[in-house]
Design a protein around this ligand. Structure first.
Ligand code: URA
Length: 232
């Protein structure tokens, strides 16, 4: 198979099967010629123990999918590592890619206002994304990229043990909750994540709210649902 056409997931499977797969080295990139995708199972095993700092090092060193070649840096997460609330977005954009922190652009400023309105200012929550590396031109994540990156988010959730997960945007919500349901239909109810049943509330992505300010009232209803879900 032409490695240019193989998804990260396919590359991981091929490597597991012992089929040599090469990945084109990006200009100035660290990947050695012939470097192959890291199997997802190995990533999960590699991060199942260890603290935040160990996890962040693994995220920054990850070469499991091709995104590490085009992004400036992996964006791990930011905030209080003992926060009650975890906010999950889609993937770093251009500002986040440059600064190494999630939600620092215009959408991030609106997210900050939303969190403040909910009584959870940015510094009191933890913020992470489904993908840690920026997809080129902010395209939607590919399924193989999500699959490679999900173990990192799962480990973030297991380290944080949040009392509530607020998911912003369709892509994050559909991938976390493993559904194709449109976001408009996902809003308005509290989901449950994982064995410990962490309450999950879905709302619109702040970038969408910037384009459609008329929907901010619904986002406020979602935030109230989140506040009620934790008995606040
Ligand atoms: N959009 C996201 O979903 N995440 C970010 O970190 C920035 C913009």
């Amino acid at each position: 198979m032409n490695p240019e056409q193989a998804s990260a997931w396919q590359q991981a499977v091929l490597q597991e099967l012992g089929v040599e797969v090469w990945v084109r080295r990006s200009a100035g990139g660290e990947a050695a010629p012939g470097a192959a995708a890291e199997p997802v199972a190995r990533i999960s095993a590699d991060i199942e123990s260890g603290d935040w700092s160990a996890l962040n090092q693994k995220i920054q060193a990850c070469t499991a999918c091709e995104l590490h070649q085009s992004c400036t840096q992996a964006v791990c997460g930011v905030g209080d590592e003992q926060a009650d609330w975890l906010v999950i977005g889609e993937a770093p954009g251009a500002d986040e890619d440059r600064q190494g922190e999630p939600f620092v652009g215009r959408a991030g400023q609106l997210l900050n206002e939303m969190l403040r309105a909910a009584g959870r200012p940015r510094e009191l929550v933890y913020i992470a994304n489904i993908l840690k590396c920026r997809p080129p031109n902010n395209r939607d994540p590919k399924p193989g990229e999500v699959e490679c990156c999900m173990p990192f988010l799962e480990r973030q959730i297991s380290l944080l043990q949040p009392k509530l997960i607020l998911v912003v945007g369709r892509i994050a919500a559909q991938n976390l909750l493993q559904t194709d349901t449109p976001i408009g239909k996902m809003r308005g109810r509290v989901y449950s994540y994982g064995d410990s049943g962490i309450p999950v509330v879905v709302t619109y992505h702040p970038a969408y709210l910037l384009r459609s300010p008329g929907q901010k009232r619904k986002a406020w209803e979602d935030l109230q649902l989140a506040m009620n879900a934790t008995g606040e």
